[in-house]
Design a binder for this molecule. Sequence first.
Ligand code: IMP
Length: 178
Amino acid sequence: MKQSSHYQLKILINKDQIAETVARIASEITRDYQKRQPLLIGVLKGSFIFMADLVRQLKLIDIETDFVQVASYYAEKESSGKVTLIQDLHKSITGRDVLVIEDIVDTGLSISFLLAHLKKKNPASLKLCALTEKPSRRQVAVSIDYLGFTLPDNFVVGYGLDLNEKYRCLPDIYSMEK
Ligand code: IMP
C-alpha cells in the first residue's frame, strides 16, 4: 500500500489482470475489424498507456492512430460537468471506421460530448472502447462497445489515470482511500 498526503493507495487491479484484459479487448477488436482500416482515436491524456499496450496487441495491419484532448473540469476529484475540447483532430474522419479509446467513463459527460462532436464529422462507424467505467456515477447514458473493468465508486489512479497529473506512471490501478 502506497501513501499519498491524505489518502492511501490500495491496489485494485494488478498489472497481470490489466495485461490479460488488454489482450482480451485486443482480440475482440481484431475479430470485429477484419479487412477494415480503423482509425483509433485516443483521448488524452489518460488513455495513452492503455492505447500503447492495446495497439501492439491488435492483429490488424492497417490501423491508424490519432489523439484528441478533452478537458473535464475537476475540483479535486469531482467533475464540474463542464467539458471542452482542447485538441481536435487534424485530419478528416468522414467515411472512416472510428474507434475511440478512453481510460475511464465516470459521469459519462466527457465521452458523450466527444462522441457527439465526432459524429458530426460523419464517420462510417463510431465505437467506444473504455478500459474502465464507474456505472454508479453515470449522469448520461453511454454505450461502451469494448470494456475492460467495471469499478466501484472510488477515485482510481495508475496505468494512465491521474490525480492532478500524478500517479499516471504506476503500472497497476489503485483506488484512493482515506
Ligand atoms: P467523466 O466525464 O465524468 O466521465 O470523466 C471522464 C474523465 O474524468 C476521465 O477521462 C478521466 O480523465 C477523469 N476521471 C474520472 N474518474 C476518474 C478517476 O477515478 N481517476 C482518474 N481520473 C478520473
